[in-house]
Design a binder for this molecule. Structure first.
Ligand SMILES: [Fe+2]
Length: 291
């Protein structure tokens, strides 16, 4: 029997998981429950966990059935421990605002699971927000669906859109030496679950291939309005000891502006599985022309 309790979030995706004891092994029923809930809800949150990067890696692999021998067995490779932080040196996304995206959406092989753990969180802290590409496709109005079905979208490194005038905070601009891109069908079928996804994002989707530039942008705007509507999104207000893990294909993430001089905000980031491809880490600057 599973020791864990699942409580669905007040959103069309996501679940709180209660009763996880990192010092004890998970039994088969616990593992099955976590995997099933991850596939069905796309995002799991745990409160008040005291865990190291190794355990975080163990759970990230476990939810997609790729776990190793367990937290007390062989260690995972956490040598490249990575932080999203306005304090840690060489951290990712150290300041600024991030539009909605999937990590490595521009790659033909993005990783499947993204996890963040609240290591140091001093309030007021900028939340992370999430939107479901799975629920967005499932609830897409018929007329809009007809206009998009069978088309293809191209996803590119960097920042594809500018901030709107009524939006606060400077956009973070990731800089990479080489531009990379991938073209995917709409809907895009989730590689593990087969769920159809409205696979387009504010930050990384450049255009819809079959349409001229202005029509492509107008259609994307309509899709984004649906995808990022309040009914399809959820906000994580960080506490130290929170662990949020989500499906990097089915669920997109974004955040408001983090200030380099603001209260410390350090989230430990662990992904699974590790991409085999060479992944150059971007440097960060403020987006040209954003206000
Ligand atoms: Fe990201």
């Amino acid at each position: 029997m599973s020791q864990l309790k699942v409580r669905e979030l007040d959103a069309p995706f996501g679940a709180d998981i209660e009763g996880l004891d990192p010092s004890a092994s998970l039994n088969a029923a616990d593992k099955a429950l976590l995997q099933r809930t991850f596939d069905e809800r796309g995002l799991l949150r745990f409160h008040n966990l005291d865990i190291d990067a190794d355990y975080q890696q163990y759970l990230a692999a476990l939810v997609i059935g790729r776990e190793g021998p367990g937290p007390d067995g062989a260690k995972y490779d956490t040598s490249d421990e990575f932080f999203v932080s306005n304090r840690e040196e060489n951290a990712g996304a150290p300041f600024g605002r991030l539009l909605y995206h999937c990590d490595m959406m521009w790659s033909d092989n993005p990783f499947q699971v993204l996890t963040l753990y609240g290591l140091e969180v001093v309030k007021p802290s900028v939340p992370t927000v999430f939107a479901s590409a799975a629920n967005a496709w499932a609830t897409l109005p018929t007329a809009l669906r007809a206009r998009v079905e069978g088309k293809h979208a191209t996803h590119v490194t960097g920042q594809q859109r500018r901030a709107k005038d009524d939006e606060e905070g400077e956009l973070l601009q990731p800089i990479r030496e080489n531009e990379r891109w991938v073209t995917r069908p709409l809907p895009f079928e989730h590689p593990r679950t087969g769920t159809p996804l409205l696979y387009a994002s504010q930050m990384m989707t450049r255009n819809i291939e079959e349409l001229p530039g202005d029509e492509s942008e107008a259609l994307l705007e309509e899709l984004f309005e649906h995808l990022y509507s309040p009914a399809n999104s959820w906000q994580q207000d960080w506490e130290e000891g929170d662990l949020v893990m989500w499906d990097n294909f089915a669920i997109q993430h974004a955040r408001g502006a983090v200030d380099s001089d603001g209260p410390p905000r350090t989230l430990r980031k662990v992904i699974s599985p590790r991409p085999s491809m060479d992944t150059e880490r971007p440097t960060f600057s403020k987006a040209a022309g954003s206000s």
